[in-house]
Design a protein around this ligand. Structure first.
Ligand code: KIV
Length: 308
């Protein structure tokens, strides 16, 4: 294998595990915080090596990995399975498990139990849930059980049918005021940070400045304390649609199509595997095999002279 050159920090370097306190300190010193989604082991390893501070196992899993139309069908079992893979790969990033639809809405008991599963079974450090003031009691109960909670305001995909589609939120004064109030309520309830999704840039900045806890914007402008993107959007790996707020840093779908096509062409042309991909047998051993086959009257015949 060729040696891979990397400018990213190696996992063996002296690095501290990122904690909720650390990202709060980053906000205090105005240091932007990076968060990305991951759903599998290899992505988590590479993301951790790149030094991304927070890894979210988002319920966007349902759309970008499992092929659902929305995040609504995602189950606790789906989430735990993928959280475990990410936790095996990422040693330094703060790990956030996204609570799926109906894992926290029906009762506070459900919410606390399911949040606990993210830490106990999934290997996460914290959980995220969607919603404003109506979630304050739930947040209090989960935080009361010793589990840090990240809130999520603005476009909350689990409420897609109530919101009437994937559209920007907080665009009029009343909605913006409500969002500011919700952010304060979630902070008071004990959230250690908030995601702000698809809201006007100046509202994202105002909310961020009004809070002590860090905010992570996704389509909420540069004034947030940190940024988050769905990794498949950033990598150009999810082609069904691309939200306006996404910046593509790579075009992996195109690269993958190219690689798969080239592999298929090689197979058809018998250009793969070549000799360097093939284990060979010692000539003497091969001769022994031929002798054994002829002495046992085997009906296996060695036709190919190149094999001799
Ligand atoms: O599920 C997810 O990936 C998210 C991000 C969009 C913040 O909630």
């Amino acid at each position: 294998m060729p040696e891979i050159q990397s400018t990213s920090p190696k996992p063996t370097e002296e690095r501290k595990k990122v904690t909720t306190r650390l990202i709060q300190a980053m906000k205090a010193r105005h240091e932007p915080i990076s968060m990305l989604t991951a759903y599998d082991y290899p992505t988590a390893v590479i993301m951790d090596q790149a030094g991304v501070e927070v890894i979210l196992v988002g319920d966007s899993l349902g759309m970008v990995e499992l092929g659902y139309e929305s995040t609504l069908p995602v189950t606790m079992e789906d989430m735990i399975h993928h959280c475990q893979a990410v936790a095996r790969g990422a040693k330094y990033a703060l790990l956030v498990g996204d609570m799926p639809f109906m894992s926290y809405q029906a009762s506070t008991q459900d919410a606390v139990r399911n949040a606990g599963r993210f830490l106990q079974e999934g290997g996460m450090n914290t959980v995220k849930l969607e919603g404003g003031s109506e979630r304050a009691d739930t947040v209090r109960a989960i935080v009361g059980a010793g589990i840090p909670v990240m809130g999520h305001l603005g476009l909350t995909p689990q409420s897609i049918h109530k919101l009437g589609g994937y559209r920007a939120q907080g665009k009029d004064a009343e909605a913006a005021y409500k969002l500011l109030e919700d952010a304060q309520t979630l902070q008071e309830a004990g959230c250690f940070s908030l995601v702000l999704e698809s809201i006007p840039g100046r509202l994202g900045k105002l909310v961020s400045e009004s809070l002590e806890i860090p905010t992570f914007g996704i389509g909420a402008g540069v004034g947030c304390d940190g940024q988050v993107l769905v990794t498949h959007d950033l990598l150009g790996l999810f082609e069904r649609f691309t939200p306006k707020f996404v910046k593509q840093y790579a075009h992996l779908a195109e690269e993958m199509r190219g690689a798969f096509g080239a592999y298929k062409a090689d197979v058809k042309a018998r250009a793969f595997p070549a000799s360097e991909h093939t284990v060979e047998m010692d000539n003497d051993e091969w001769k022994c095999l031929e002798e054994k086959l002829s002495s046992t009257n085997s009906n296996i015949l060695i036709h190919d002279p190149s094999m001799r």
